[in-house]
Ligand binder design. Structure first.
Ligand code: HEM
Length: 410
């Protein structure tokens, strides 16, 4: 029995994932609440599932409808109505709801629209770095990697700067693992506070429209009538807010750690800035921010990689594993190689749920990495064994990454 939730696994999941790919590519884990969860680790199988939104559903309401073998916690565990206020979003929907919800915000996230945000993102990055530059040290996550995407998504949505840290506290609790009674109650309190805050904003924007995404969504609700329910509107904001920063923080954190652990690749990048786009894709493949995708359920019995997944079973694809599969990335799959010609990584997922924010994430990376690498003699300020990774199934990221620079160190 492998523990995919231990601190040891989180510190370095890759040897265990390689074992699973070789020996048990569709790995059945019995959750504490009795459900069987299948972790899928080979690229080929991961891709097959991501492509197949007919046989694999993302709609949690399916879970309650399917009375067969599924018995994972129902949304009623923490208040169905409240839960729906933040979970009725595209990530947990199938077509036609998914198509409708995604189309409503799709326009705001096209590469062209996102590119227009570059000057503002650059200004935020410069501002954050200006605060720490004179000190010769910073804690990357708290000082830069988290506030950068958080401020960007807040400004995009229209959430005032003064409310940022409070909103972040609420959403942290929303995504925290909810295994214990206390956590669940705490989570419920936070969801309630977040929902009340966001709904007050809707009323405000309804009365005084502004040039922001929340106004655009409120107007879509008004014009379309049945296009967007109040729960969907609230859920959309929750989804964009959480996905908008909880991922990019780890893109920057994991990415910078990988860069500093591979000085020869970093030297090649410094010598040739044109490598940046390719380097970022390789960083996303090598140690991307989303370790395991969100839950899918089998709508019918499916035979995959020699294993029968029963109707109603929970399925999770391990993107971090697919991205290290030698069957696709060759013998060097465990290495960081900016010279990699073909890189069909799955860090942003695949198919209809492919990351909506990929252009924004790439833009933030393009602005962040060169500025960080420009800090002279940049290095990690603690021994590698002291770095702690977040426990939690979906995201892969560091709790903190202390850095220092300057001081004449080569
Ligand atoms: C490097 C950073 C990011 C990574 C690695 C990432 C990864 C992913 C992945 C893997 C999925 C699909 C999950 C699944 O199929 O279960 C996804 C979906 C999504 N992402 Fe991202 N993401 C990133 C940044 C962002 C940003 C900045 C936003 C901005 C709003 C965003 C918004 C979304 C949304 C809305 C979805 C749901 C799309 C759908 O269901 O159609 N992501 N992301």
């Amino acid at each position: 029995m492998r523990d995919l939730f231990s601190a040891a696994f989180k510190a370095n999941p890759f040897p265990t994932l390689a074992e699973l790919r070789a020996q048990e590519p569709i790995y059945g884990h019995l959750a504490p609440y009795g459900a069987r969860i299948w972790y899928v680790t080979r690229y080929e199988d991961v891709l097959a599932i991501l492509r197949d939104n007919k046989r694999f559903t993302k709609d949690p309401r399916w879970e309650t409808a399917a009375s067969s073998s599924a018995s994972s916690p129902s949304p009623t565990h923490f208040g169905r109505n409240l839960s729906q206020m933040i979970s009725q979003n595209m990530l947990f929907a199938d077509p036609p709801d998914h198509t409708r919800l995604r189309a409503l915000v799709g326009q705001a996230f096209t590469p062209r629209r996102v590119e227009a945000l570059a000057p503002r993102i650059e200004a935020i990055a410069e501002e954050l770095l200006a605060r720490v530059r004179p000190h010769g040290r910073m804690e990357l996550i708290a000082d830069f990697a988290l506030p950068l995407p958080m401020q960007v998504i807040m400004e995009l949505l229209g959430i005032p700067a003064a409310d940022q840290s409070q909103v972040h506290e609420w959403t942290k609790a929303i995504i925290a693992p909810s295994r214990h009674g206390i956590r669940l109650r705490q989570r419920q309190r936070n969801i309630r506070a977040f929902v009340a805050y966001v709904q007050a904003m809707f009323a405000e924007r309804h009365a005084r429209p502004q040039d922001d995404l929340i106004t655009a969504l409120v107007q879509a609700e008004e014009v379309g009538g049945d296009k967007l329910s109040e729960a969907e509107l609230t859920s959309m904001v929750a989804l964009l807010f959480v996905t908008g920063h909880e991922t990019v923080v780890n893109f920057i954190g994991n990415g910078l750690l990988a860069l500093l652990a591979h000085p020869e690749q970093t030297a090649a990048l410094r010598a040739n800035p044109a490598l940046l786009e390719r380097a970022m894709e390789e960083l996303l493949r090598y140690d991307g921010p989303v370790e395991t995708s969100t839950t899918r359920w089998a709508r019918e019995d499916v035979l995959l990689g020699g294993q029968t997944i029963r109707k109603g079973d929970v399925v999770r694809v391990v993107l971090a594993s697919a991205n290290r599969d030698a069957a696709v990335f060759g013998d060097g799959a465990d290495g960081l190689d900016f010279g990699r010609a073909e890189n069909p990584h799955l860090a942003f997922g695949y198919g209809i749920h492919y990351c909506l924010g990929a252009p924004l994430a790439r833009l933030e990376g393009r602005i962040a990495f060169p500025r960080l690498l420009a800090l002279p003699h940049l290095r990690v300020a603690v021994p590698p064994a002291e770095l702690k990774w977040h426990l939690g199934v979906i995201f892969r990221g560091l709790e903190a990454l202390p850095l220092e620079w300057g001081g004449g160190v080569v």
